[in-house]
Write a protein that binds this ligand. Structure first.
Ligand SMILES: NC(=O)c1ccc[n+]([C@@H]2O[C@H](COP(=O)([O-])OP(=O)(O)OC[C@H]3O[C@@H](n4cnc5c(N)ncnc54)[C@H](O)[C@@H]3O)[C@@H](O)[C@H]2O)c1
Length: 449
């Protein structure tokens, strides 16, 4: 298959390189000239484990190329994927479809021979109809089908997710398009990944329903964590206890500072807006959005409490700015709101993140970026873990105690046990695990007696 990928960001680049790896011929197009120049020079503009090797190998094989010329790429392709951004529209939270529609117009003008146009971007239900209308209006003679094929990969594990998806959803009622899409994904369906064929509208909704459900799961366990703190139970025990139930499942039950990233926040909002417009509000999702929004600043209050109720003039060290480990993506990262709230409370903030700082520099003011967790912690009254990078899982607490102004750890990802931190003289706060505190106090009382 000859494939054109329009948009070479996280999704476009990973999908394009992976399709090339399956044996297809792929041209990744982007209108960002600098991005394309870097890709052509062998540089990967984003941080995604394994992507550099995958790109390098497939460029060397001649199956993967990069271009800014959308028309030339489309005209020689059987399948054109649209993988451009669909951010929240400023003001009302609907998905901003201007990039999708602009790309559709450009694609339409260049279609030659039967071409399958596939929206891989996350788009609200009904967008495929509008893309089809735009293409027909721009190029009435074009022979084409518009298909929905939402992407479910996770940043940080994107290549593996793409190669071993739980399912591949393809929304089309066009027989020719169905055949083409089966060929595109043939290497994966041979490996037993289920191809779920649906109507285009159902496919578009599947993506939002999936992200909405997962976001709801995160918001749910976070509320249970708050309850645990009040009633003296450990949220990790509760999560384990419910997660073994196959109807619930263990994933997305880690209590923490709330979800962030380039998908959940905007997709939950867009789903809520779509449902309101349809006259059938999804109140569970509306509530999920509200819970998550409030949670981020609530985490800053936890830091204030850990520092004795006042952080004015104090230095706070924040570990992790990316919205999750193994990515440099900071879009809607909880850390951004937490840092802002700490500053609003008068703190000076120092930050360390192995990959996220280059982007953070353009959105955060008055913070000090540092080169290691230890440089970050120097002189700090509290160390706050916001993103659970592996390198933060084995910190040298003896060293930290020597360089910090006060031995206080706020672990918003629950990656430590209280007793191992307390052993080094640290005061420890976490999320939804007050019973450990009770245990430790009990042990202290027993050993004192
Ligand atoms: N990032 C994820 O983890 C993820 C996962 C699943 C689905 N998605 C969805 O995939 C879509 C893309 O997300 P992303 O994170 O890859 O976005 P991104 O911002 O990283 O990349 C989008 C790219 O499209 C390019 N672009 C925009 N208009 C263009 C045009 N007319 N022609 C050529 N290039 C154009 C931009 O320059 C940019 O490089 C979104 O709808 C998102 O919701 C993202």
């Amino acid at each position: 298959m000859r494939i054109c990928m329009v948009g070479s960001g996280y999704v476009g680049l990973v999908s394009g390189a992976s399709f090339a790896d399956f044996g297809h011929n792929v041209i990744c197009v982007d209108k960002d000239e600098l991005k394309v120049a870097r890709l052509r020079a062998g540089e990967i503009p984003i941080y995604e484990p394994g992507l550099d090797t995958l790109v390098e190998e497939n460029v060397a094989s001649g199956r993967l190329t990069f271009s800014t010329e959308i028309a030339a790429a489309v005209s020689k392709s059987d399948v054109v994927f649209v993988a451009v951004g669909t951010p929240s529209r400023r003001g009302d939270g609907h998905a901003d479809l201007s990039y999708v529609y602009a790309a559709s117009r450009e694609i339409a003008a260049a279609i030659s021979g039967f071409t399958v146009v596939v929206t891989k971007s996350t788009v609200p239900v009904g967008t495929g109809d509008e893309v089809e209308r735009i293409i027909r209006e721009t190029n009435p003679d074009a022979d084409f089908a518009v298909v929905s094929n939402p992407e479910f990969l996770r940043e940080g594990a994107a290549i593996d997710d793409f190669r071993r998806p739980d399912r591949i959803v393809i929304g089309t009622e066009d027989e020719r398009a169905r055949e083409v899409m089966s060929q595109v994904y043939r290497p994966l369906s041979l490996n037993q990944a289920p191809l779920v064929f649906t109507s285009r509208r159902a496919s578009e909704l599947i993506k939002y329903a999936a992200n909405g459900f997962l976001a709801m799961k995160v918001a749910f366990i976070n509320e249970i964590a708050d309850l645990c703190e009040q009633v003296g139970a450990n949220v990790q025990d509760v999560a384990r206890g419910i997660g073994f139930d196959k109807r619930i499942g263990p994933k997305f039950l880690n209590a923490g500072p709330g979800y962030g990233g380039s998908c959940f926040p905007k997709d939950t909002l867009a789903l809520a807006k779509t449902a309101q417009d349809a006259g059938t509000p999804v109140r569970l999702i509306e509530t999920t959005v509200a819970i998550n929004d409030q949670r981020k600043r609530a985490m800053a209050r936890k830091v204030v409490a850990a520092c004795g109720g006042d952080i004015r003039g104090k230095t706070i060290a924040v570990l992790g700015i990316a919205f999750k480990p193994n990515t440099d993506d900071i879009r809607e990262a909880p850390a951004l709101s937490i840092v802002q709230a700490l500053q609003d409370n008068g703190a000076r903030v120092r930050i360390y993140d192995p990959e996220g700082m280059k982007h953070a520099a353009s959105v955060l003011d008055d913070v000090a970026f540092t080169q290691s967790p230890y440089e970050c912690a120097e002189g700090a009254e509290a160390l706050v873990i916001v993103t659970e990078w592996n390198m933060f899982r084995a910190l040298d607490f003896e060293r930290l105690r020597g360089i910090m102004a006060a031995p206080v750890l706020v672990d918003l990802r629950n990656i430590y046990r209280r007793e191992e931190v307390a052993r080094h003289g640290f005061a420890y706060s976490c999320v939804g695990r007050p019973d450990e505190e009770i245990q430790t106090e009990k042990q202290q009382r027993q050993s004192a007696a």
